[in-house]
Design a protein around this ligand. Structure first.
Ligand SMILES: [Zn+2]
Length: 301
């Protein structure tokens, strides 16, 4: 997310979260994640009976991960589609993202001829890590809805340095992918940490926590090729329980300071997740911003 997060996605997601807490109890995540497909249909039938979401279904939309489409004739009916082959966790986020477009942008999609009554979202749009405009709004909505911050923080306090085990448990709690849970945690943690997603020794993208970013710990990956350090686990491919739990890397390997490196290989996506934990430092002044290119703010998607 760049700059100030948009207020309306937060507000709309909070409204629904409050309703779910009331109906299902504040301990609802102890039992199950948000059933986002059912929620999208029931909620839309309530708030927009003249044009609800009547279907949430798998479809062949190669090149896209999800879509929100509207019938051309009256009465209006909407459908959320998700592309085949997504894991349960990714699918939940995709549906949450499209539900976000319905809640926030259906008026625009209906009235602006540029949309032709549909919005198709590709992998880049559904990323939860620094998209722009209405795509970022839909991501914010989905993250808030599926992983409410008050619940997330209660289970992973902002000063804790989690390992993959803790983060995986939270991913399960919210029915999202491990990556989605890590990105959520990076939004509020007070620790200096960074996630690097790589393949064949090169970073696809990286995201830093705010305290890490403010101390200059970020990677540029958008217009540059970032090659991981030769001794990084993702490069040596010495994947082990020890590497997953965290190994020390000396100053000068990743950054001019030592880090704890945790690495996990995902065969399904043919990529490595590397979590870097930096040492604690004094509190960073919120007003203090490092001098960097605008595109690199908090994310280097
Ligand atoms: Zn989208």
């Amino acid at each position: 997310m760049t700059g100030i997060a948009p207020a309306r996605p937060h507000k709309e997601a909070a409204r629904i979260t409050k309703m779910l807490d009331m109906v299902l109890g504040v301990d609802r995540f102890d039992r199950a994640p948000v059933d986002v497909a059912t929620l999208a249909m029931e909620y839309s039938a309530n708030v927009a009976p003249e044009g609800p979401i009547h279907r949430v279904e798998e479809a062949d939309i190669t090149g896209c991960v999800g879509a929100l489409v509207c019938s051309p004739q009256a009465p209006r009916q909407w459908a959320i589609m998700y592309n085949r082959g997504q894991s349960d966790g990714r699918r939940a986020f995709t549906i949450g993202h499209e539900f976000g477009h319905f809640v926030l942008h259906r008026g625009l999609i209906e009235s602006d001829p540029n949309y032709e009554l549909a919005i198709y979202c590709d992998e880049e749009a559904v990323v939860q890590r620094g998209g722009t405009g209405i795509e970022a709004e839909a991501d914010t909505f989905a993250a808030d809805l599926l992983m409410p911050l008050h619940d997330f923080r209660a289970h992973l306090p902002p000063k804790t340095q989690p390992d993959f085990g803790m983060l995986s448990k939270l991913a399960q709690r919210y029915g999202v992918s491990l990556t989605a849970a890590i990105l959520r945690w990076l939004e509020y943690t007070e620790t200096r940490a960074m996630l690097v997603v790589s393949n064949e020794g090169f970073a696809h993208w990286a995201k830093s926590s705010k305290p890490a970013f403010r101390s200059g710990r970020f990677l540029r990956t958008r217009n540059e090729v970032y090659e991981l350090p030769g001794v990084a686990t993702a490069v040596t491919r010495s994947f082990s329980d020890e590497a997953r739990a965290g190994i020390s890397q000396d100053s000068g390997i990743w950054f001019p300071e030592p880090v704890i490196e945790m690495c996990l290989r995902s065969d399904r996506y043919d990529q490595e997740l590397t979590l870097l934990h930096f040492e604690r430092r004094q509190a960073w002044n919120d007003d203090e911003e490092p001098v960097v290119d605008a595109f690199d703010r908090f994310t280097t998607g």
